[in-house]
Ligand binder design. Structure first.
Ligand SMILES: Nc1ncnc2c1ncn2[C@@H]1O[C@H](COP(=O)(O)OP(=O)(O)OP(=O)(O)O)[C@@H](O)[C@H]1O
Length: 258
């Protein structure tokens, strides 16, 4: 469970990125965060693994007071949280398999991993993770020779290799074409359902959000302005969150089927 209790976050320049956030995300939920550019979606997601650190309030992750666990506690906590980025964040010149094994770094001796000595179990696990996203045949290829959709699958496999309880994804499909965006969202949904991994995902396409989310959280100027199950969401909900009417740009659009 992830719980925000009156969490606020003020950046060092004084800008208030999050204002008094109260949220409870139960284990296994598929949550999509929506809001205009600058609304605080990345800030909210990144505060969960403390890439940015809340300045007020309490953040509870799996019964732990996340803001006071200390350095070692934070390392262990982060090991349980996979992160997926819009630009994949792969080591481009390394092989796909090496990139997936990076998900095991938190569990292994640094020196051994620097010289590529991962335990056999980790190699097996990394191959299994690649299998989950359907790209075992790419394991020995350089990461930057893959298509965008394949690279994002490598980053999903890397997150899976951490054996996480939570996966955070910051605009995971924003750089992909519509059919590939759907394919990657389906992978994330399947993993969520099969492994009961909590997913918190920022998306800007309204239609994608509606198709995959269990629950939608709307942010506006650092505040939660909507929080509800996807069935409760209407066009007006998005108009409230955005403070304007919906435009074509807010949608991913039709995917042609043969
Ligand atoms: N390091 C920082 N210092 C100061 N202000 C910041 C910092 N990072 C983000 N902000 C500001 O906080 C606000 C929220 O940014 P954030 O990136 O969370 O928004 P977002 O909803 O994810 O937007 P986008 O969809 O464009 O990524 C913005 O006004 C941004 O300029």
């Amino acid at each position: 469970m992830i719980k925000f209790d009156n969490v606020s976050l003020t950046y060092p320049n004084g800008y208030q990125g999050l204002k008094n956030i109260n949220l409870e995300i139960p284990k296994g939920e598929f949550v999509v965060i929506v809001g205009l550019s600058g609304a605080g979606k990345s800030t909210l997601i990144r505060s969960i693994n403390q890439m940015v650190r809340p300045t007020e309030g309490q953040l509870i992750i799996d019964d732990q007071d996340a803001l006071s666990v200390g350095k070692k506690g934070l390392r262990e906590m982060r090991r349980d949280i996979g992160m997926i980025f819009q630009n994949y964040n792969l080591v481009k010149r390394s092989s796909v398999l090496r990139n997936v094994l990076a998900g095991r770094l938190g569990y292994n001796n640094t020196l051994r991993t620097l010289v590529n000595l991962f335990p056999q179990d980790d190699l097996q696990l990394a191959m299994n993770c690649l299998d989950r996203v359907g790209i075992t045949d790419k394991a020995y290829q350089r990461a930057d020779t893959l298509s965008g959709g394949q690279q994002q699958r490598v980053s999903i496999a890397r997150a899976l290799a951490q054996k996480p309880g939570i996966i955070l994804a910051d605009e995971p499909v924003a750089s992909l074409d519509p059919p590939t965006a759907h394919a990657v969202m389906k992978d994330l949904r399947d993993i969520n359902k099969e492994d009961n991994i909590t997913m918190v995902i920022n998306l800007h396409a309204i239609d994608l959000s509606m198709e995959y989310a269990d629950r939608i959280i709307g942010l506006r100027e650092g505040e939660v302005v909507f929080d509800g199950k996807v069935d409760a969401v209407t066009e007006e909900t998005f108009e409230d969150i955005y403070g304007r009417s919906i435009k074509e740009d807010d949608l991913l659009g039709e995917v042609e089927t043969e």
